[in-house]
Design a protein around this ligand. Sequence first.
Ligand code: SIN
Ligand code: FE2
Length: 206
Amino acid sequence: MFAQPLAVMPGFDVWPGFLDVAAQRDLVQAVFAAAEQTPFAHYRTASGKAMSVAMTALGPLGWTSDAAGYRYADRHPGTDRPWPPMPASLMDLWRRLGDADTAPDSCLVNLYCGAARMGLHQDRDEADPRFPVLSVSLGDTAVFRIGGVNRKDPTRSLKLTSGDVLRLSGPARMAFHGVDRVIAGSSSLVPGGGRINLTLRRAGAG
Ligand code: SIN
Ligand code: FE2
């Protein structure tokens, strides 16, 4: 049924409802169990501003940010613990929609509560942009914005609901994207409300 994604623009594909509710619940549970070891935190950008989205990570590398800037690190900054492993279901999802030959080494976990949002940005901290970015939406609906590879390119917005999977690859791998807002109360999947977004990546060289 989901063999054909919605091709929003070349290299930007969305599979609406790719994950069923049971798979969504399992992922939320796995994320909160992991966050007991490596808790969510509001990282600061190099300019010192705290992000509205709370973050943690799974897998060998986790994306973090502090006064020194953005980077991938092999330890959680608050606890100095290694990041918990990625659930097998995410590895499997990557094999199916990401890259069949090279495993992902990073899953960023974003938690959006209340007015949390994410400004337009490119994912450009990875060693090799030949690998796609796969993103899983869980919980409340997001108003997602996608543009082109230049910041000033026109953008369009689309709603991402729980279970949707999207992929940035090829000509869209470096497309600017962000989350304008999350529609509170649109899902009851995440305990306490809100939205979780998982981004699977190959951050180190392949
Ligand atoms: C991101 O670009 O890191 C997050 C996108 C999303 O939350 O859907
Ligand atoms: Fe991103």
